[in-house]
Design a protein around this ligand. Structure first.
Ligand code: SF4
Ligand code: SF4
Length: 137
């Protein structure tokens, strides 16, 4: 991930009504969970956005805006941006099963030509529940 400069972390709009997003930020800071492959020595820029609410269609507009602004204001091209979907979108977890629109979100991101990665914070408790079959994914 050394070739990326900017990480757009996308979180579930519904879950963010009660979650500050602390665990996502902490996982990035410590380079754990979905951030294991990011260099600990590199000062990546980050932005935290929600999908905008079901069905997630607003994500296309939000990311298009980000791409445009990064290019026009800072000369940063989209190949330097990576989108990271939070674990509350990608995984069965304490809040709910994975986002029912996960494939649609991925399609929107792909259509914009942005690279995509999955997961942010991986809770040890939730991981045990996945391994024991209590959580399905
Ligand atoms: S992954 Fe966890 S910390 Fe991050 S937004 Fe979802 S519920 Fe909040
Ligand atoms: S589309 Fe998925 S990620 Fe977005 S609010 Fe709905 S359930 Fe959450």
């Amino acid at each position: 991930m050394k070739d990326k400069d900017y990480i757009a972390i996308i979180q579930c709009h519904l879950v963010k009504q009660r979650c500050s997003g602390y665990a996502c930020e902490s996982a990035f800071d410590k380079r754990t969970g979905g951030f294991l492959d990011y260099s600990p020595d590199k000062a990546y820029r980050t932005i935290y956005l929600t999908c905008g609410g079901c069905c997630g269609r607003a994500l296309h507009r939000k990311l298009s805006h980000l791409i445009r602004r990064m290019r026009t204001k800072e000369g940063i091209e989209k190949d330097k941006i990576v989108v990271q979907l939070s674990s509350c979108i990608t995984k069965d977890n304490y809040h709910a099963p994975p986002c029912p629109h996960l494939n649609y979100l991925k399609e929107l991101i792909e259509k914009l030509g942005l690279d995509l990665r999955e997961d942010t914070h991986i809770s040890p408790v939730a991981q045990k529940r996945r391994e024991s079959g209590i959580y399905k994914s």
